[in-house]
Design a protein around this ligand. Structure first.
Ligand SMILES: NC(=O)c1ccc[n+]([C@@H]2O[C@H](COP(=O)([O-])OP(=O)(O)OC[C@H]3O[C@@H](n4cnc5c(N)ncnc54)[C@H](OP(=O)(O)O)[C@@H]3O)[C@@H](O)[C@H]2O)c1
Length: 289
């Protein structure tokens, strides 16, 4: 069985490690985190491998996953390049959405790749069940991408290919849909709190509408899913909401305005009249300083 070393077995690294261990695809050989204690906890989660205190103490492996924060990837690749592992046949990869395989250039002649799972690993235990069915955006050298395509397929993931030069914009697409959606739910909870609705009740009343909206978007597309005051061109409602949000928190009002402008642009692809759109844009644009 081919061996895998993991540098940075955090939320993503330990989930992939456990899934690959359970699938019997890789033998998880060693794990190196910033602290040995964290590496040992990751080892417990994965159920295999040996926690190593340093990069140098990790044994040679066929595959190396560098799953630390994006800002650390290049520095770790540089340190790894001083080991004898960067030889033809070895595969090095990272899972950043924003960076391409070029971050690992220094490790050639090994084969390098980036493989970004379009998935949120906020809770690794849940991800063990929910990752299968997700897509992984893959780019890099032929041998690495072919091998990793098979490795991700083996744990139930679909592969899409992406060009290195498009990674930043591709990742922005995931940030909008995942991270910004989470932030929108938080803004919604803050607005409910200002209206006297406590968090538990707010989450309960939000769940069906958030899930329904997500389902509508995925099946009908955003143009047909948009409802509410901006889609209807209801200026008074929008104006009142801006005023009330300003009195609660000006930052929330700014978010409402900026997103509202994007909402007008979307509504214009539907039945919103030019006249209503123009008046909404005036209303939602930041007042001159
Ligand atoms: N989380 C997601 O939902 C998600 C989704 C798709 C892609 N990704 C990508 O996956 C990668 C990892 O993200 P994550 O959220 O899993 O990060 P994370 O939970 O913060 O884990 C990062 C791990 O890297 C270790 N680490 C940091 N610097 C290190 C160093 N210099 N040497 C050795 N280990 C080091 C940390 O060790 P300690 O535990 O000791 O601090 C930690 O275990 C990133 O490239 C990210 O863009 C993440």
């Amino acid at each position: 069985m081919q061996t895998l070393n993991i540098i940075g077995a955090g939320q993503l690294g330990k989930t992939l490690g456990r899934l690959w261990h359970q699938s019997g695809l890789f033998r998880i050989q060693s794990i190196h985190n910033r602290t040995l204690r964290s590496g040992q906890a990751a080892r417990e989660f994965i159920g295999a491998g040996q926690a190593c205190p340093t990069l140098q103490s990790m044994p040679v492996a066929d595959y190396w996953l560098i799953a630390c924060q994006d800002s650390e990837i290049s520095a770790l690749a540089k340190r790894l390049s001083k080991r004898p592992d960067n030889r033809e046949g070895t595969v090095f990869f990272h899972c950043s959405g924003a960076l391409s395989s070029e971050a690992l250039d220094i490790l050639r002649p090994a084969s390098i790749a980036s493989a970004h799972p379009v998935h949120s690993f906020a809770d690794p235990l849940r991800s063990l069940d929910s990752l299968p069915g997700s897509s992984v955006a893959l780019e890099g050298d032929g041998p690495a991408t072919r091998a990793l395509g098979g490795a991700f397929n083996a744990i139930g993931c679909e592969i899409i290919t992406i060009e290195a030069r498009h990674k930043s914009l591709y990742h922005a697409g995931s940030v909008f849909a995942c991270n910004y959606l989470t932030t929108l739910v938080d803004l919604s909870l803050r607005s409910f709190a200002a209206a006297g609705i406590e968090r538990g009740s707010a989450l309960k009343l939000l769940a069906p509408i958030v899930l329904q909206t997500a389902r509508n978007n995925m099946t009908l597309g955003p143009e047909k899913s948009l409802t509410g005051p901006i889609a209807r061109g209801d200026l008074d409602t929008v104006s009142n909401q801006v005023e009330n949000l300003i009195s609660v928190d000006p930052q929330m009002a700014r978010c409402y305005r900026h997103l509202g402008l994007a909402c007008v642009a979307l509504a214009q692809r539907g039945p919103l009249s030019e006249k209503s759109a123009t008046r909404l844009i005036e209303l939602l644009s930041e007042p001159p300083r």
